[in-house]
Ligand binder design. Sequence first.
Ligand code: ZN
Length: 502
Amino acid sequence: MTDTITSNIEKLNELEKRMSAYDHAISLMYYDGSTCAPKGTAENRASSMTVLTEELYKLSTSEETVKLLEQLDKSKELLSVKDRRRVYLLLKELNEMKKIPMEEYVEYEQLLVIADDVWHKAKDESNFELFRPYLEKIFETNKKFALYIEPDKDPYDHCLSEYEEGLNKKTLDSFFLKLRNGIVPLLKEISNHEQVDDSIRHGFFPINKQEELSYYLMKLIGLNPDRVGLSTTEHPFTTSLGSHFDERITTHYFEDDFACSMYSVIHEGGHALYDTGSDDELAYTVLDGGLYMSIHESQSRFYENIIGRSRSFCEYIFPYLNGLFPEQMKGRTAKDLYRAVNKAEASLIRTEADELTYSLHVMIRYELEKRVMAGELEVKDLPEEWNRLYKEYLGIDVPDDRHGILQDSHWSGGLIGYFPSYALGNAYGAQLLNKMKQTVDIDKCISEGNFKSVNDWNRENIWKHGGIYTPSQLFDRIFGEEFNADYYIDYLTEKYKDIYGF
Ligand code: ZN
């Protein structure tokens, strides 16, 4: 490497460190707003976040930054894989950012802070009309920004590719069709069999005991308690503060069902394992903690479902639950738990859905986003369409907006195009399981409550690379083959045949 390149890389490190610091402050405010900030403080946060967002915008688009990145890009052949990728991504972000006028960008960030607050209120009151003007503005802005950045591309395709490079409607349409064709016949078959009794998860489970369970689970799956914190929120999420050295997960306790929070903790814990498993040298760079939500969800859903909802895991955790909730577990068995947490049933809430019906919830959101972005559906008609699709896909009636269109926090956070990541993540997870099984005795690890080999495999193959590779490059390295949804359909078929005995 020449001296100029070495000094430019040092400048880049310095720049990214400063960007991470702004990001740290912004994430911390968001985290505070979603966890413990008093209700009337959103405007105050929005005002500080505006200043920080402006500064971050200026920093990432300044002449100096442009010059530095362009210089590095000219000598990209001489850069390491890691640095070449950083330069590519930062330059891409910069070029996109420059196409959005700063005032509009800042105004949008401000809108999101208020929208999140309004969404909470609207959900509380089950009042979509309250949230509607904000959601209209969010969809409008996403469309407008997409066209600023890629005027010749379909705006929704642009949004999708923000969450996974190269992802588009065409790929997703055929993926979802395949999934639907695999899932619907299974659900039909299940409806002909005796329904599962899930009363083991219902009853009274004191929050302090559930909290104990959360910390137990975090330790069990291998999270470092010195670097991963836990708090409560309306809608569970995971966030890194500044770098993967400070990770926060959140959960939501329901006194009448311990399994909700239990699986939230394992799910968010999976995200945190991925983030904190990044190579330390990726800290304070754009590559830290991974870039693609589908890969992220493949990890969170892997721990939540493939591990957490497996027979072996239920057998392992049952004695602990029995000790924690002796009254409620009296006369119950690990098998009762296994069946209860895998009960396939059409339900209203995505985050509480079983593995089988889960992807149908995602498909509904995808259909709606696609049509709103294409101008075929108006935001004001969303609740009605939502309810109609729940009837069509899942056969159920939505009683109110709180249990319908207002249930997720994604749209209020501006995350248009995010939902498909969950379904893709599920399917990626099944393909990963297949590969991992060739070298790791996963069942034995789970039965012994020792996740070291599983975590080592994931760290080596996925976590440590952060955002260095695109999902298809990562698959190439791991599998030597392309993504294939058949693994997921086979996994679901085998599992549900076992549970329902057909
Ligand atoms: Zn997740």
